[in-house]
Design a protein around this ligand. Sequence first.
Ligand code: 9MJ
Length: 287
Amino acid sequence: EAEHPELKTPASPSVRVGGQPLTAFKQVRHEIPMLSLDNVFSGEELQAFEQRMRDRLKREVSFTFCCEPKLDGLAVSLLYVDGQLVQAATRGDGTTGEEITENVRTIKAIPLSLRGEGWPARLEVRGEVVMYKKDFAALNEKQEALGLKTFANPRNAAAGTLRQLDISITASRPLRFLAYSLGEAQWQPAPACTLQSEAMARLREYGFLTPPDGKLCESVQAVEDYAQWVREHRPQFRMEIDGAVAKLDNLEAQQALGFTARAPRFAVAFKFPAEQAQTLLKDIEIQ
Ligand code: 9MJ
């Protein structure tokens, strides 16, 4: 690249390692708000969620749900124009986030150019940046050996790493990205997706990882059984999981249902109770 600067592209592998530290993050407005999911904690609440959708749609649709584990990381939006990553942003308050494009370029699980063909001219990919449990343990060991601050949990480690103004630190830490939805997508002339599960399959074709052990569930009971399965297997997942997510598979019905001010009406998070442990309070310091 030094000898042939004309061959250097924004997707060059050398761009993955940051140059000069940034001085501040720019603000980015999300064209489509980045909302979080409403939570349910029981089978009855899950049934009420389905009933609300039936009442609102006022027509029979097949209630197939696209289900996946709920990853406990940081929501990030990636914008691709003509297949090239041009912008990455945090969720922020849902309307405005921070631009973290240079940090995100250092994450190897994020394609700088989309793979395959037939992708939309503009495509927004949303997902979660996480740190795997084993990478978190290794990072904390390393931090401790160097006398540096350790992190409380993988989510904090991922958040601290992603919001580094010095990108060489981000590049040195093991972050992953798993994609779980599409924001803006201009499909023409490529055919649009009609199912959430189809959108997930396309994301995999484009080179993204998606949450592990996803499943199509044909009923609310099947969603509840799936959530129970995820809960039982929680320790075996490579990343921290704090629930199971169910999204209506039919994208047209998703669009008809739309959003409340806080969350989509077509999706829900079946949350697990926080993991509990006992600890000994040794001292209280009054300030
Ligand atoms: C997580 N956190 O794993 C969504 N999520 O979809 C999954 N979050 C989501 N989906 C729409 N799997 C808004 C948030």
